[in-house]
Ligand binder design. Structure first.
Ligand SMILES: Cc1cc2nc3c(=O)[nH]c(=O)nc-3n(C[C@H](O)[C@H](O)[C@H](O)COP(=O)(O)OP(=O)(O)OC[C@H]3O[C@@H](n4cnc5c(N)ncnc54)[C@H](O)[C@@H]3O)c2cc1C
Length: 623
């Protein structure tokens, strides 16, 4: 079996295949706009709201009074007393149940906390989210035994820091190549291997480690001070300078068998399922940064005068301010809606959470880039340098650097598009599985599958011709935003038709048409964000007496233009030329392009692991 087929098979095995609850996004991709699934979202119980608001106020006071983000950036370290103070506030157990010593708050408040912390100090938000979303609490909450929960969750809630260790030097997006092994020996498993880029790994007390048990992958909770564990390095990056990210080596590390999470071989499934809700933390921090960008754009747009006008009044700058504001509104809407759906538990949110991660990381990056542009030369200058020469130390360049990783970790944008594609076209796949499975391409099988698929499409295609979006009065409750919901409804049907055309055209080859499928996903993300923005605007106006219509309306207008461009590029693009050109580039046909330059890279292998080295692990006393 080819490496590609192996990776695909492992991914398929790890996928949650059941759809026991409705999914707004899945239906959206099938041309069925189910607004009723996301509007109105049931409110949280009053008690939870009260406790959530109290926690956010306390967190805000603590950040304001005790956390110096400029110091964290300068020293590339979060002071231990900040970690301790955050732990005392309960920030390490926001969603851990009160029975296990946590705050037991709804997801909505976890996301609001991360939005707040992320706007102020992204490295601190990363520490919290790596601990809670992918570290020990989330997988144990979903898959742990009662005994495991009793043993580990109270420790996590109190502030013992956890980390999630999947990536290895030779394993990134493709866990099928995972090399770390866990071999059963009596009542223990014995772990050997090297894990790379372990966020929190340098200061962690508890680790979730993914290791191979035979052909499959299993997940373990591991005490970070176990004999045989060495943190060989603390890595540094383009941004998030304060995170404690390491290279962790396991050499004959004994882990009690009772620390296995779930069943042997369930590791990848656990990791993927954990991320279904875990992924919400990154959209929250992205929304926080985008909302901060609005504040700076407004203040600076007014304060800076050039060519006889405030810069915010020049049309080119005004457009950027509008983009930042509209995007921030939509990102908060996406985040709020998805978190509330996670709390409400009526819907399956695996596609929404993935869309939120993909969309928020891409859009917040664009918003931060526009902020740097609006700030002109000051956008490129560090906050420290600005402050040193007597100006306000606005960290715009830092936020851009800090945001960049969101497009790469917890599933890169490319991998998120693949994942969403797989989930979104699930109905097509069940109808025409063999038709598009490249491994089963015999003529007979394809003919049979074609017959089966025809039955499905004969029923489904006519439903895509007309819908509520064609009625000029539909969604009237949404006032001036109704037109955008009609657009979403119409476009969701167009999206489903386009997916079908793609399937008819490429059949088995569709799986490899990443650019085509990526655009389908990106349209879906825009439609989801438009829906979230309209739902939020309607609620903001009704419940809070705010006037958000221009924000939501302008966002929808901007999103519609992006959607139209994406549709146009489905069929009119340079994809095949690009693929050919990339092949030629990789074959070395154009090495002449590299003449006249000098490569400053430091010599070394492309993929390697540090040998030797001190153990740089350190313990942070939080209790
Ligand atoms: C600051 C930081 C913190 C991190 N924290 C953690 C952590 O706490 N725990 C942990 O386990 N890992 C962590 N990671 C690792 C992170 O999750 C990986 O970097 C990420 O999964 C991508 O893997 P990779 O870097 O090996 O890229 P690769 O998998 O080598 O990919 C290289 C490029 O190819 C693209 N690509 C790969 N496969 C495909 C495909 N099939 N189709 C299309 N494009 C493809 C990718 O999107 C990417 O653009 C962290 C990384 C960083 C930098």
């Amino acid at each position: 079996m080819s490496d590609y087929a192996k990776a695909r098979e492992l991914g398929e095995e790890a996928r949650e295949k059941e759809w026991s609850r409705p999914s707004f996004a899945k239906q959206l991709f099938l041309g069925d706009f189910r607004l009723d699934l996301v509007h109105p979202v049931p409110p949280l119980p009053d008690e939870a709201t009260k406790r959530g608001e109290e926690y956010i106020r306390a967190l805000r006071r603590y950040l304001d009074g005790h956390v110096d983000p400029a110091l964290i950036e300068r020293e590339a370290q979060i002071p231990d007393d900040v970690i301790k103070g955050m732990a005392e506030l309960g920030s390490f157990g926001i969603t851990i149940g009160e029975d296990y010593g946590g705050l037991g708050l709804p997801y909505l408040y976890y996301c609001r906390a991360l939005m707040l912390v992320g706007s102020y100090c992204p490295a601190l938000a990363t520490l919290l989210s790596a601990h809670q979303s992918i570290g020990v609490p989330q997988p144990l909450k979903q898959f742990g035994t009662e005994e495991q929960k009793r043993e580990f969750l109270p420790r996590c809630a109190k502030g013992e820091i956890s980390a999630f260790l999947l990536t290895e030097p030779d394993v990134g997006s493709d866990p099928a190549r995972l090399a770390t092994t866990a071999v059963r020996d009596g009542d223990d498993y014995v772990l050997d291997g090297v894990k790379l880029w372990t966020t929190n790994g340098v200061i962690a007390d508890l680790l979730v480690v993914m290791a191979r048990t035979g052909r499959k992958i299993s997940a373990f909770v591991v005490e970070a001070d176990s004999p045989g564990i060495t943190v060989k390095r603390r890595n540094s990056f383009m941004g998030l300078r304060g995170i404690e990210n390491g290279v962790t080596e396991f050499s004959q590390v004994r882990v009690p068998a009772r620390n296995l999470i779930g069943k042997e071989g369930d590791g990848l499934k656990i990791a993927l399922t954990t991320l279904n809700t875990g992924r919400l933390s990154l959209p929250a921090t992205c929304a926080g940064s985008a909302k901060w960008a609005v504040k700076i754009a407004r203040e600076w747009g007014n304060a800076r005068v050039q060519w006889g006008r405030k810069v915010g009044e020049h049309e080119e700058v005004a457009r950027k301010i509008a983009f930042i504001a509209a995007t921030a509104y939509a990102l908060e809407a996406v985040c709020d809606l998805t978190a509330r759906m996670a709390d409400d538990q009526r819907n399956d949110i695996r596609i929404e959470a993935a869309l939120a991660k993909l969309y928020a990381s891409e859009m917040a990056w664009l918003a931060a880039d526009e902020l740097v542009q609006i700030r002109g030369g000051r956008g490129y200058e560090t906050a420290e340098s600005l402050a040193a020469r007597g100006e306000r130390g606005v960290p715009a360049e830092q936020v851009l650097r800090d945001l960049r990783i969101n497009r790469i970790f917890e599933g890169s944008s490319e991998i998120m598009r693949l994942l969403i594609t797989r989930e979104a076209v699930d109905a097509h796949l069940s109808a025409a599985g063999e038709l598009i499975n490249p491994e089963k391409s015999s003529k007979k099988e394809r003919a049979l599958a074609l017959k089966r698929a025809s039955g499905f499409y004969a029923k489904w295609l006519p439903s895509l011709v007309a819908g509520t979006g064609n009625l000029p009065t539909s969604f009237g409750d949404f006032g001036p935003l109704a037109q955008h919901l009609r657009f979403v409804e119409r476009t969701s049907r167009k999206l489903a038709r386009s997916t079908f055309y793609g399937m008819s055209r490429w059949q088995g080859g569709l799986e490899h048409k990443q650019a085509f499928l990526g655009r389908i996903v990106d349209v879906g993300a825009e439609l989801f964000a438009m829906t979230a923005a309209c739902v939020k605007a309607e609620e903001d106006a009704r419940d809070l007496g705010r006037k958000p219509y221009e924000l939501a309306d302008t966002f929808c207008q901007q999103a519609r233009l992006r959607v139209e461009a994406l549709f146009a590029r489905l069929w009119d693009n340079s994809d095949s030329q690009d693929v050919r050109l990339a092949r030629y580039v990789m074959e070395g046909r154009y090495t002449f392009l590299e003449e006249g330059i000098l490569d400053p890279s430091i010599e070394g292998p492309w993929i390697g692991t540090p040998d030797g080295g001190e153990n740089v692990r350190r313990h942070v006393r939080t209790t």
